[in-house]
Design a protein around this ligand. Structure first.
Ligand code: FES
Length: 149
């Protein structure tokens, strides 16, 4: 049975197995490859997207779980790339290799939307599930702080 949901502001109907991970649906069926596959088991955060505004790991969410919901990927966070987190990422030159950055940005955007006056401790706690192999953690925390101010 097809799954219908809103993807980056447009209605999307996908005829795919209901148990398909949202990550594959977004990347392989919808063609939105900004969301990355890192571990596939919810441990790295590279696949982070928003479902009804909440940051989730797209490798752990199945297609049937988003039926009727709103999914936002990095491509839809701000079509112009001007979300405060994206601006902060550019201004502080956060990425190194860049692979984890879409997930980092989606996690950060969700955090500051929920708590605009977020503290450093809350940033560290909120971002701890997003792994960066290049070790850009100091710049990531600084950029989240910058975006929240
Ligand atoms: Fe989903 Fe690593 S690919 S958490």
């Amino acid at each position: 049975m097809p799954t219908t949901f809103t993807l980056n502001g447009a209605q999307q109907t996908l005829d795919a197995p209901p148990e398909m991970p949202l990550l594959w649906a977004v990347r392989d069926l919808a063609g939105l490859t900004g969301t990355k596959y890192g571990c596939g088991v919810g441990l790295c955060g590279a696949c982070t997207v928003h479902v009804d505004g909440e940051a989730v790991r797209a490798c752990l969410v199945t297609l049937d779980e988003v039926d009727g919901k709103t999914v936002t990927t990095i491509e839809g966070l701000d079509p112009e790339g001007e979300h405060p987190v994206q601006r902060a990422w550019r201004e502080l030159n956060v990425p190194q290799c860049g692979f984890c950055q879409a997930g980092q940005i989606m996690q950060a955007a969700s955090l500051i939307a929920a708590k605009p006056d977020i503290t450093d401790a809350e940033i560290l706690e909120g971002m701890r599930g997003n792994v960066c192999r290049c070790g850009c953690y100091q710049r990531i925390v600084a950029a989240v702080r910058h975006a929240a101010t």
